[in-house]
Design a protein around this ligand. Structure first.
Ligand code: SF4
Length: 443
């Protein structure tokens, strides 16, 4: 008998891929087939993002596009999950007639049963399957895949930090750390499936264990690094407010832990940081970074910053630029403030006009690009271990070193390379071939 085909479509945030992988596994376990295209599938499931306005718009546009397929008879049902229905439950459930059911983030394990109901035509009218976040529900059990070699394992979900501009706690709930044995057994699984790099992820990995008191990030990292010595182990998203001084020595101690830290500072004006609900003083953050660099001198640092936050003046931007020049982050994402409905920051007065925020974004991006180039030049002449991710027909291979995260950071292009995707090779960095791209030769 032909199996029922389900199409899964992520939008926006990388976390959607995490959920998608989990759902894909659950559906396959129940005998459903995962379709490559929505056309011809019985059910399409869209993972809608609502983190920023662009993602929200993209999610709605995609719902409308896929809804069109339903109208044309090329698809029977459309289900929407993710942060979009979690955040805008009332408005989306009332306004999108093309959607047959919505599922909250914590209730994704209900999807196979819901698809079965749809197959039997038992769903009836539009449904909302959701509720408050619950400890112990299956949302943390994920085996996500950004490539066959790089796998993301959630060590926690949710966040208690209370940044005033952020709607993530509203969408994903408070901090929930997983137990160490559960994390280890999931890493065991992905390593058994061929993972060469494991990214430990959470909304703020530095908060790991604060809710349970049973472990903390340095201890977890040491345990994972010791258990999986042949894999690259990489950390994601460390809120500097919570960064432990014990982290640098652990990164330095284990050669398989990537010398890479993603430390979103968001700003460097004490006044703006306070309005953002961030606890640390910029000098304190700088001292933590100094300590990290003392322990791991060649650590690559990524950050993200927001310009145009309500109340921001030119003097605040100057403080931010001074800080970026002083720290010299290897990489930085620069964003213009975008008010998120329901957050305290959205209610703040003294909004910065949009064109002023854009001007500041351009200025900060320009300064950071110069810094990033200088940091890249320091790599020229070095031999790096490179994980090969793609090989073109021309023989040119593209890969990454431990200093860069998949999909968002710098890449290394290697000409005349006989390596295959997934291989780990050594390459010599010859120069910079494009922004955020090195040219290299095989050793
Ligand atoms: S630490 Fe990150 S996820 Fe948590 S509230 Fe702040 S910005 Fe949001």
């Amino acid at each position: 008998m032909e199996r029922v085909r389900v199409y899964l479509h992520p939008v926006g945030c990388p976390k959607a891929n995490v959920d998608l992988e989990k759902v894909s596994r659950g559906l396959k376990d129940k005998g459903f087939e995962i379709a490559d295209l929505p056309t011809g599938a019985l059910v399409a499931v869209l993972f809608g993002c609502a983190f920023i306005d662009d993602a929200k718009r993209e999610s709605i546009d995609t719902i409308l596009e896929i809804g069109e397929l339903k109208r044309e008879g090329d698809l029977k049902y459309l289900v929407v999950t993710g942060c979009l229905p979690e955040k805008y439950t009332e408005s989306v459930t009332q306004s999108l007639p093309e959607v047959d059911a919505f599922i909250g983030n914590s209730y994704l394990d209900s999807l196979p049963a819901l698809v079965s109901d749809l197959c039997r035509g038992e769903l009836g009218k539009k449904q909302w399957v959701g509720g408050p976040f619950e400890w112990g529900r299956s949302e943390l059990r994920s085996v996500p895949r950004s490539s066959p070699w790089t796998r993301t394992v959630m060590i926690s979900d949710g966040c208690d930090n209370g940044c005033t501009y952020c709607s993530i706690p509203h969408m994903r709930g408070g901090l929930r750390s997983r137990e160490v044995p559960e994390i280890i057994s999931e890493i065991d699984l992905v390593v058994g499936q061929g993972a060469k790099e494991v990214v430990l992820a959470g909304q703020d990995t530095a908060s790991y264990g604060k809710d349970t008191g049973q472990s903390d990030l340095p201890r977890l990292l040491a345990e994972v690094a010791a258990r999986f010595p042949s894999q690259w182990i990489r950390l994601s998203y460390i809120n500097p407010d919570n960064m432990d001084t014990g982290l640098g020595p652990v990164i330095a101690c284990y050669s398989n832990v990537c010398n890479y830290v993603d430390l979103p500072i968001q700003h460097a004006s004490p006044k703006i940081l306070a309005a953002m609900g961030r606890r640390s003083d910029p000098d304190w953050v700088a001292s933590r970074i100094d300590a990290l660099r003392e322990a791991v001198p060649d650590v690559a640092l990524r950050t993200s910053v927001i310009v145009g936050f309500p109340g921001e003046k030119e003097t605040d931007v100057d403080l931010l630029l001074d800080f970026l020049r002083r720290i010299e982050f290897d990489l930085a994402g620069v964003f213009a403030f975008s008010p998120q409905e329901g957050t305290p920051a959205a209610a703040l007065k003294s909004r910065v006009p949009g064109d002023t925020a854009q001007d500041r974004l351009v200025e900060v991006t320009g300064v950071q690009e110069e810094i990033a180039r200088k940091r890249m030049e320091a790599f020229i002449g070095r031999d790096l271990d490179v994980l090969i991710e793609e090989v073109a027909d021309t023989g040119e291979a593209t890969g990454r070193s431990q200093y860069d995260m998949a999909e968002i950071d710098r890449v290394i292009r290697i000409s005349d390379c006989t390596a295959r995707p997934g291989d780990m090779i050594t390459a010599k960095i010859d120069g910079i071939s494009a922004p955020y791209e090195w040219a290299a030769t095989c050793k």
